[in-house]
Design a binder for this molecule. Structure first.
Ligand code: AMP
Length: 395
């Protein structure tokens, strides 16, 4: 940690929020002397450590690992501060979005997204990973969100981040093939398969669709794939892949929006107070947020597994042991599979009744009934003639 005497606020000016996690917020900040922009991850330590299974040791491990990693394709941690229960981790600022968003943005702007481009980025990510492995560090959470573009320009390098659950292997285990294989297997999560889906249509060469079980095979295949990138076919624009990425990004945005909504105070306060539901017994916002995030992730994974034609939905459901999760998944199936039926409102005499009430009000206003407040009558009348009230009485 940095010198206790110097506070984060003394050195940096905080700017807008870039993103939020359950225990942290990432904000832009400006170095007061140099004017340089950075990204600071501010962790609420009490919130973090109150979550089951998490402790300050985890934060320390993340900071230690990030401090250790200095590589052109890894987002650099410059310094850390700690004050008033908050941990400030100052990272170099990445002006581009994550790889999947940037690829779509650039393709939409007319740039070619080809295998050559994909392998260019893959090479950078793999170089970062190789560097991590050489230093006995296993990332353990590789996903598109962890690959950020340093800038918006086409030549901007991609850099790896998200070392929150990374570990450094004890020396005795290091350099073992098994460790590498685990990491490569994680690359082959269902989400990796998604990008390679276009293979069936011959858009991505089979050389990149290799099994990761065997490290040597994987390395050979990768090497060949990366070498082939300058060949003619590798320069064809992958329109279908961009379409897949758009769908994938839309799902991610939706998931993030659900998570943000659930973790906002607006979600919790009225819900638990007004509804008297069982969830209010939980008494801990983070538990609810975590559970919702897990369910949303789970639904997303199932969607991907299904789209990649690797498993039927019934096979996925059969594999889920927990009865409650099965019920939620089946409910989700019913909701997403529902064909909206044309809605026809029941016959009603609401229009006639509204007219009757209007008539009564008019009479009351002109009558000599003293104990009725004329202002109230007028207000009620105005309400009844509002356009939305008129429209609703028609249905
Ligand atoms: P996180 O909560 O760690 O997933 O990060 C929240 C958001 O901050 C994500 O959209 C990240 O892309 C963004 N972010 C994290 N680190 C940086 C950085 N060094 N520069 C720019 N944006 C970042």
């Amino acid at each position: 940690m940095a010198d206790d005497e110097v506070l984060f606020d003394d050195v940096y000016e905080l700017c807008e929020i870039i993103g939020k996690g359950p225990f942290s917020v990432v904000r832009k900040c400006i170095h007061r002397h140099t004017g340089q922009i950075f990204a600071v991850k501010i962790v609420d330590v009490a919130k973090f450590t109150s979550s089951p299974g998490l402790s300050t040791a985890d934060l320390k491990r993340e900071a230690t690992i990030c401090h250790m990693l200095k590589h052109p394709h890894i987002v650099e941690l410059l310094e850390t501060y700690s004050s008033e229960g908050m941990l400030y981790m100052v990272f170099e600022y990445m002006d581009g979005s994550d790889l999947c968003f940037e690829v779509v943005r650039r393709a939409t702007a007319g740039f070619v997204y080809s295998e050559a481009v994909a392998s260019h980025y893959m090479r950078q990510i793999l170089e970062a990973l190789r560097y991590c492995h050489e230093n006995d560090i296993i990332h353990r959470d590789l996903k598109p969100q962890c690959a950020l573009l340093a800038g918006k320009e086409n030549s901007a390098p991609v850099k790896l981040r998200g070392f929150g659950v990374a570990v450094q292997l004890p020396t005795s285990q290091s350099n073992g093939v098994a460790c590498y294989t685990t990491e490569y297997r994680q690359c082959l999560s269902p989400k990796g398969q998604l990008y390679l889906k276009a293979d069936s249509e011959g858009l991505i060469s089979s050389s990149c669709n290799f099994p990761f079980e065997d490290l040597t095979d994987a390395e050979d295949s990768l090497h060949k794939y990366l070498q082939d990138r300058d060949k003619g076919a590798a320069r064809i624009h992958l329109g279908d892949t961009i379409e897949e990425l758009k769908k994938f990004n839309a799902r991610r945005k939706l998931k993030d929006a659900v998570k943000a909504a659930v973790s906002s105070s607006k979600w919790h306060a009225p819900y638990s107070e007004a509804n008297g539901d069982n969830f209010s017994d939980v008494g801990d916002d983070e538990i609810t947020t975590g559970a919702v995030a897990e369910i949303v992730d789970c639904l997303d994974d199932i969607e991907i597994l299904e789209e990649s034609d690797r498993l039927l939905r019934s096979e996925v459901l059969n594999a889920v042991d927990d009865h409650r999760i099965r019920v939620i998944l089946e409910l989700y199936d019913r909701i997403s599979g529902r064909v909206p039926a044309p809605y026809r409102a029941p016959q009603t005499d609401a229009v006639q009744r509204a007219h009757d009430v209007e008539e009564i009000l008019r009479e009351a206003e002109h009558s000599a009934v003293r104990n009725i407040d004329r202002a109230d009558l007028r207000e009620l009348h105005e309400l009844l003639v509002q356009p939305h009230m008129r429209v609703s009485t028609l249905y």
